[in-house]
Design a protein around this ligand. Structure first.
Ligand code: MEV
Length: 317
């Protein structure tokens, strides 16, 4: 039996503008994990898509690949398995069971889709005793992201595949973000599921209608991200708070915030957070607040009181 895992992720700064070539900062969240277990079953003389059992109890799925492809040909799990088989040159799959579980909430900006892809790609490859390096895994996971998110930047699959903090620029080699001193963030979930594909699509419509205006906004985000990288790498993280606030205001301008996100951002600031913003696709999902470690519990409690369905305190660096 092969077991593989992949972490969740959180974007510190730069979401949406990153789709248009600006940098973003993102870190893995090891407290949240997707796990994939793969084992081969006894040969039954049939090496077809129906020999592959898929179990994903979190989404109530227990089926065979062949059946899934017939009923829901674009199902994300079917797409991951097929893409991995193609990459491994497997045309007649041996009977196998693929079991996926995840503690990463779906549609909440924490990378659940990319983590499922990465854990499954690695699990299936290892079961077939194929070594795929990070770049190959990342490329395959990006292929799946493109199927389901329209025009993703690739930041989610990259930070999750490499499992380290990144300064990410679309189509450029990965750069690691080195935090000189660790800093503390509080992450809170609005409990509202929101599809990244939709918010990314809506920003695209804005950009298509007025490219000059929106490229100027994306450029402002890019400047914030470059400044934040210097701050994090030099250890002066106290000045990161206002950068997060400004990034949130620019995301509001892009129409990807929501009343629930704004409410949590205000609650975090009132409780003493140094900065706060939505994180990920927006419209729902999670927000992130920078806090002095001594105030982390107070900010977390205020976020719960303000209606957050789930709150975590995490260290970056
Ligand atoms: C989603 O985690 C981040 C977005 O910038 C989309 C992307 O980069 O593909 C909203």
């Amino acid at each position: 039996m092969i077991t593989t895992t992949a972490p969740g992720k959180i974007i510190l700064l730069g979401e949406h503008a990153v789709v248009y070539g600006q940098p973003a900062l993102a870190v893995p969240l090891g407290a949240l994990q997707t796990q994939c277990m793969v084992d081969f079953l006894p040969e039954n003389g049939e090496n077809t898509a129906d020999s592959v059992l898929i179990e994903a109890p979190d989404i109530g799925l227990s089926t065979r690949l062949g059946l899934l492809l017939r009923d829901q040909p674009t199902h994300p799990l079917a797409a991951v398995i097929q893409a991995t088989f193609r990459a491994l040159g497997v045309s007649a799959p041996r009977p196998m069971r693929i079991h996926v579980t995840s503690s990463i909430p779906v549609a909440s900006g924490l990378g659940s889709g990319a983590a499922v892809s990465v854990a499954m790609i690695r699990g299936i490859a290892e079961a077939y005793q194929h070594h795929l390096d990070n770049e190959q895994v990342n490329e395959l996971a990006y292929e799946i992201e493109k199927l389901h998110h329209g025009t993703p930047s690739g930041v989610d699959n990259t930070v999750i595949t490499h499992n380290r903090p990144v300064y990410f620029v679309r189509e450029q080699p990965i750069q690691t973000l080195h935090a000189r001193h660790p800093f503390t963030v509080v992450i809170a979930d609005t409990g509202v599921a929101a599809l990244t594909r939709e918010s990314v699509g809506d920003v695209r419509k804005l950009w298509q209608a007025d490219p000059a205006r929106w490229e100027a906004v994306f450029e402002q985000v890019g400047e914030l991200v470059r400044a934040a990288r210097d701050i994090i790498e030099s250890g002066e993280t106290a000045s990161l708070g206002p950068i997060m606030d400004t990034n949130h205001a620019l995301l509001q301008e892009m129409t990807v915030s929501s009343p629930a996100l704004d409410h949590l951002v205000v609650a975090a600031k009132k409780a003493g957070a140094e900065g706060a913003k939505l994180s990920g696709g927006g419209r729902g999902g999670n927000m992130i607040a920078l806090v002095n470690p001594k105030k982390a519990e107070k900010v977390a409690a205020a976020l719960k009181k303000a209606g957050a369905t789930h709150v975590m305190i995490s260290q970056v660096g």
